[in-house]
Write a protein that binds this ligand. Structure first.
Ligand code: SAH
Ligand code: SF4
Length: 355
């Protein structure tokens, strides 16, 4: 395959860009359709597999482009076999994670949009690790294609994609939305926009921007606290976009899109999990069209925060339910494989350092 660092990543090209490239190479127009289908419907890993292309074109693709932006480094399966996490290396070295969660009918992928994160949430392994760089659209999509290819060998497919892995998707807006469109393309991967959910720490201008995108992607907002005083600590970007601004952007989003927002609330022992705080949360979301996802915190080694007890989780949930707010408790899948955001990378580092 071509030089990894300098050649074109085929997965970074839009369909129009691929067509232009092939036209420049003097190829007929239908070649772009053929290659598109190999990439996004048949998950070809090399140009050599694209058997309906002439040999000369396959050779040129192999010399001048690449489509292996991710190298799997290590894979962990949860003890129940339902969750699989893969740590990948990007061509220039940074590591990212993607997680496959098997539910009864769904095959949900949790993917990364950045190597690291600038937001510095103190309970999050990714935040603790600092920021390296944004992923390209191709690097985001490649995580999905990797698992799609693996599932295809079992006669299964990816049914849902959540942008909840490493990084803040709305801080890498252009590449994230290019990836969403690529995955949504009916002539390509063909995943319905409603089968995708983007989770944000609460970047207000980008939430407003997103409300005008035509694709009906689900929005999840990581709240974790219902007062500015506490949220300033848990989610430092709150100092820039405090709750009043964030909630106004959420109200406007619901009014514009008529879609429900999910609020994520990671329950931390003795920090944000009292009945009083549940009432504050209910007051904050008020009559907004929302769903609250309660997640007992998955503790990371370097942070003082601990997950709430199951009894406290239930008590917190019942306050919200009594206040008429729809909730679910999301048990973190695959705790035994460090499936929390950024945790496998942190562990892999630790092990490499110890060995
Ligand atoms: N940056 C985005 C998306 C990636 S994080 C965001 O913050 O929303 C995805 C979700 O995992 C967020 O709700 C985040 O707060 C949560 N999260 C991060 N670390 C966690 C941990 N240790 N335990 C439970 N949830 C965690
Ligand atoms: Fe970044 Fe999200 Fe982790 Fe905060 S929770 S540091 S925004 S990845």
């Amino acid at each position: 395959m071509g030089n990894r660092m300098t050649s074109i990543n085929l997965l970074d090209l839009s369909k129009a860009e691929l067509s232009t490239l092939l036209a420049d190479w003097g190829e007929p127009g239908y070649r772009a359709d053929q290659i598109w289908s190999w990439l996004y419907r048949r998950f070809a890993a090399t140009p050599e597999e694209m058997t309906n292309l002439p040999k000369s074109l396959r050779t040129r693709l192999a010399e001048e482009t690449r489509l292996d932006p991710l190298t799997p480094l290590t894979t962990l399966d949860s003890s129940d076999g339902q969750t699989r996490k893969t740590l990948f290396a990007l061509p220039d070295g940074p590591q990212i994670e993607a997680v496959l969660m098997r539910y009864e009918k769904r095959r949900t992928l949790c993917i990364s949009t950045q190597a690291g994160c600038t937001m510095g949430c103190p309970f999050c392994a990714t935040g603790q690790g600092g920021f390296i760089r944004n992923l390209s659209a191709g690097e985001i999509v490649a995580q999905v294609l990797y698992y799609a290819q693996a599932l295809a060998t079992e006669g299964q497919r990816v049914t849902n994609v959540v942008f909840m892995g490493m990084g803040e998707p709305l801080a890498n807006y252009t590449a994230t939305w290019a990836a969403i469109r690529r995955l949504n393309d009916p002539a390509g991967f063909g995943l319905g926009a409603r089968a995708m959910t983007l989770s944000t720490v609460g970047l207000v201008p980008a939430i407003r921007h997103m409300s005008h995108e035509p694709e009906q992607v689900g929005l999840a907002v990581s709240l974790h606290a219902a007062t500015d005083e506490l949220r300033d600590k848990l989610v430092p970007i709150n100092r820039r976009y405090p709750l009043a601004q964030l909630m106004q952007a959420c109200r406007d989003y619901v009014n514009t899109t008529h879609r429900r927002i999910t609020f994520e609330y990671a329950l931390m022992d003795g920090v944000n999990d009292s009945d009083e705080q549940a009432h504050q949360l209910a007051d904050l979301v008020g009559n907004l069209l929302v769903h609250v996802n309660l997640i007992p915190l998955n503790p990371t080694p370097d942070s003082p925060y601990r997950g709430s007890s199951p009894a406290r989780v239930r008590a917190f949930q019942s306050v919200l339910e009594r206040r008429g707010i729809s909730t679910t408790v999301r048990l973190r899948r695959g705790i035994d494989i460090q499936a929390g955001c950024g945790q496998l990378r942190a562990r892999y580092r630790g092990e490499s350092a110890n060995s």
